[in-house]
Write a protein that binds this ligand. Structure first.
Ligand code: FAD
Length: 434
């Protein structure tokens, strides 16, 4: 039961610089999106303002997807149930209103979120709707590829790999067998590299024991990347280490190569090379999720909403945008779409809402870069933390520690650590799930 003081049917009105108090005297904040950004805003607001603020969180799903281990879920190291955190388990539903429904429109002027069950007004809006895969209008790509953004994507990749191995083990026709045993990953950023390393290691480990009908050289695992190297945001040395590691795992690296088109059976590259499509996984970019705003606002080429130094939409000082949905410029470049950025932005917004309430000047947001890290299969990785570079097992341990810190629930942390231990002892499972 939603308390009427918190969510009120909307009447449009003037924009108030410091918001309007609702009838019980508490400031109301409506948050769209319970991902890293939205959830961290909830906890930061509670920490700073306690019960003096009424928070309502809208999300079409009732869980947070813990993306940093999604590639491990896609290759059977981590159980699917352990990568989702139920929102109501990390939020005290007695204090925060959780509405599991899709927001269909936003009125920035009136600070209203619209859903199929009504229109809800707040003193502050925080938009954190996240992102989806960006297929850049490449012909045939969306219909013929898999991506890694949702829990469903992770399961599909895993099932598809196992299905292709089962069929490949039986196939006698050489062309069909080659196609079944081809895996192409497009995009050599963190997601693509972490995924392809896991896939290659998974194949290397299970093939000999579980699929003796297939020789390892028959499985072609290719990374396609437009740049001349992978992990372009990393220091050159770590990028080189990652490249060597992928080669050692049996990954073929195609650099300076662009995917131009895809059909059911073939992928076409810019240098006139054609490859069997096999399993094609696209990790080549993201775009902010569409959000129907009543007012025209400026967005960048990947649909992110332009925000000012305070993460507010220019002209709408009570509306903030954070996480993957926001285009925030620092040192002349937009910040990358990462959970670390989302979490720091969330804390800044919570601070500034507290300042708005106290009628104090707001503090501009500044992202503090702490490092970059990528796993390169089970028990290997590269990372740069506070200027120090690590590789191999030690980098993997640091990676795990940092990433687990982003996970807001101890139970999930323990479950994931247990999954890693079980994988270490018993190896990965190859059952295809319905
Ligand atoms: C495979 C993978 C691995 C990654 N690994 C890392 C990593 O190791 N480290 C790192 O820092 N970052 C990583 N990232 C990036 C990180 O996941 C994102 O930057 C982060 O999730 C952004 O947080 P967000 O809150 O903006 O969006 P999200 O976490 O995507 O949350 C958005 C939420 O909004 C909800 N929503 C969207 N539209 C609506 C609507 N209309 N109505 C209601 N609800 C809605 C969605 O259901 C979702 O819960 C990874 C991403 C992927 C895909």
């Amino acid at each position: 039961m939603i308390r009427p003081s918190v969510i009120t049917k909307v009447i449009s009105g003037p924009v108030h610089r410091y918001g309007v108090m609702n009838v019980n005297g508490k400031r109301s904040v409506g948050i769209l999106g319970g991902g890293f950004a939205g959830l961290c805003t909830v906890s930061s607001l509670r920490r700073r303002l306690g019960g003096t603020i009424e928070i309502t969180l809208f999300d079409k799903n009732n869980f947070l997807l813990y993306t940093p281990v999604l590639h491990e879920m896609a290759t059977g190291t981590v159980n699917a149930r352990h990568v989702v955190v139920p929102l109501r388990k990390v939020i005290n539903a007695g204090e925060i209103h959780v509405r599991c429904e899709e927001v269909t429109a936003v009125d920035l002027e009136a600070r209203v979120l619209e859903t199929t069950s009504g229109r809800f007004s707040f003193d502050n809006l925080i938009l954190a709707q996240g992102s989806e895969s960006n297929f850049y209008s490449i012909p045939g790509l969306k219909e013929n590829s898999l991506s890694l953004k949702t829990i469903g994507d992770g399961s599909t990749i895993r099932n598809r790999i196992i299905e292709h191995l089962e069929k490949g083990a039986l196939e006698k026709n050489q062309d069909r067998r080659r196609a079944l045993l081809t895996i192409n990953v497009v995009g050599g950023g963190c997601t693509g590299v972490e995924l392809i390393a896991e896939i290659a290691q998974f194949i290397n480990i299970i093939l000999e024991k579980d699929y003796p009908e297939i020789a390892r050289p028959e499985v072609r695992i290719t990374m396609i990347e437009t740049a001349g190297k992978i992990l372009t945001s990393f220091p050159a040395y770590l990028s080189q280490v990652a490249m060597e590691r992928l080669k050692a795992l049996g990954v073929e690296l195609l650099f300076n190569t662009r995917l131009d088109w895809v059909d059911e059976n073939t992928i076409g590259l810019n240098n006139d090379i054609r490859l069997p499509k096999g399993i094609l996984i696209w990790t080549g970019g993201i775009r902010a999720l569409d959000l129907n705003t009543k007012q025209d606002i400026e967005r960048d080429s990947i649909n992110r909403i332009m925000v000012d130094n305070y993460l507010q939409i220019p002209g709408y000082p009570d509306v903030y945008v954070i996480g993957d949905a926001a285009h925030f410029v620092q040192n002349s470049n937009p910040l990358p779409p990462t959970a670390s950025v989302a979490v720091q932005e969330a804390r800044s917004v919570a601070d500034n809402i507290a300042k708005q309430m106290q009628k104090k000047p707001l503090i501009p947001f500044h992202f503090h870069y702490r490092g970059d890290m990528a796993s390169l299969g089970f028990m290997s990785g590269v990372c740069e933390v506070y200027g120090h570079q690590f590789q191999g097992f030690i980098a993997w341990v640091i990676w795990k520690a940092f990433k687990l810190a982003l996970l807001p629930r101890y139970k999930n942390r323990l479950q994931i650590v247990a999954d890693w231990l079980i994988t270490y002892i018993f190896k990965r499972d190859t059952s295809r799930l319905p």
